[in-house]
Design a protein around this ligand. Structure first.
Ligand code: ATR
Length: 311
């Protein structure tokens, strides 16, 4: 008879009464690679924590945040469609969440006897007063990945940004704040690109922001639309209005598949390319650092992401 072999535990420590939890909330969330990435990071740091995922409907988001807080979760990540909604649901907003107008990371905090707020996992016994503290790590993730994966500094460069949804808006604002010289915005729904252009002109007047395709060469084309995710998706730009040969580099926020049709066309046109895996990694690493106060084990997390997404 075959001998029963228990599954190998990924973590040195098994779940116990002192195990702390964190989670990502999304709708849908089933394909999220965050649990694999974060649990690898947590294990490498030797923490007795676990990171799970929950499919939370937008109308139950406030309840789900309050529930995690009451159960002394370390923190949460939020993904589509929760990032904007959560702005009004957390009790404290970090400058990052205020500046980029979205929350993708929550740290639960308790109040000490002297009145200041500390991460809840630092308390031996449950503090009486708790609060949720919202952060945004997406914006930094974008510029860090552009630097690491493409060697782009953004400052002084010219960029064509495709897409003006949630991800496109944060990317546009962060790029503007980093000192891009000229930014071209293109989106299927023109009014959304116009709204972002207005916001940039107001907040970052030194940036030359234009609607439509660039007439001359640019340093980077950045895809922030969801086109490329599904097989058979068209390219996220109009080939009659713009050619990839006019750009030095192309970054696609889509990372599944690893080579989107946009990236394949960009390679053919001689551009340097990168997909959005680095962005996912850096926003997650930053979240782990907010929760733990420690430096995130980047390479371990990167490896876990690659294995989960690409096999
Ligand atoms: P996210 O939070 O990931 O940015 P989103 O806010 O739904 O998601 O934005 C999706 C982006 O992809 C938008 O720029 C969207 O264009 P619209 O603003 O016109 O909706 C773009 N997009 C999605 N499907 C598209 C399609 N079939 N053709 C062109 N653009 C598309």
């Amino acid at each position: 008879m075959p001998r029963y072999i228990p599954p190998v535990a990924d973590h040195a420590q098994t779940v116990s009464a002192s195990t702390r939890l964190c989670a990502v909330y999304g709708f849908p969330v089933r394909h999220s690679a965050s649990p694999a990435m974060q649990n690898a990071g947590i294990a490498a740091l030797g923490l007795d924590w676990r990171y799970t995922a929950a499919e939370v409907r937008p109308e139950q988001l406030a309840q789900a945040i309050a529930g995690a807080q009451a159960m002394h979760y370390v923190g949460l990540n939020l993904t589509v469609p929760h990032k904007l909604l959560a702005l009004d649901m957390v009790e404290a907003l970090d400058e990052s969440a205020r500046e980029w107008g979205a929350v993708n990371t929550i740290l639960f905090e308790g109040q000490t006897d002297s009145g200041d707020w500390r991460a809840i996992h630092e308390f031996e016994t449950a503090p009486e007063k708790l609060r949720s503290h919202g952060f945004n790590t997406d914006a930094d993730g974008i510029t860090q990945s552009l630097r690491e994966d493409l060697g782009m500094e953004v400052r002084g460069e010219s960029i064509l940004l495709l897409g003006a949804g949630g991800a496109g808006r944060v990317a546009a604002l962060k790029i503007a704040a980093t000192g891009v010289k000229e930014l071209f915005l293109v989106n299927r729904t023109a009014s959304k690109a116009e709204a972002i252009a207005t916001e940039i002109r107001d907040r970052f007047p030194a940036v030359q922001v234009n609607l439509g395709y660039p007439p001359a060469e640019v340093d980077l084309v950045l895809n922030a639309t969801s086109l490329g995710l599904k097989p058979g998706d068209p390219l996220p730009f109009d080939p009659a209005a713009f050619s990839l040969g006019k750009s030095r580099a192309v970054y696609d926020m889509v990372y599944r598949p690893a080579e989107t049709p946009l990236l394949a066309a960009a390679t053919e046109a001689g551009c340097k390319t990168a997909n959005g895996l680095g962005m996912l990694l850096h926003q997650g690493a930053k979240a782990l650092e907010i929760w733990t106060g420690q430096t995130a084990p980047l390479e371990v997390m990167r490896q876990a992401l690659k294995e989960t997404i690409y096999g």
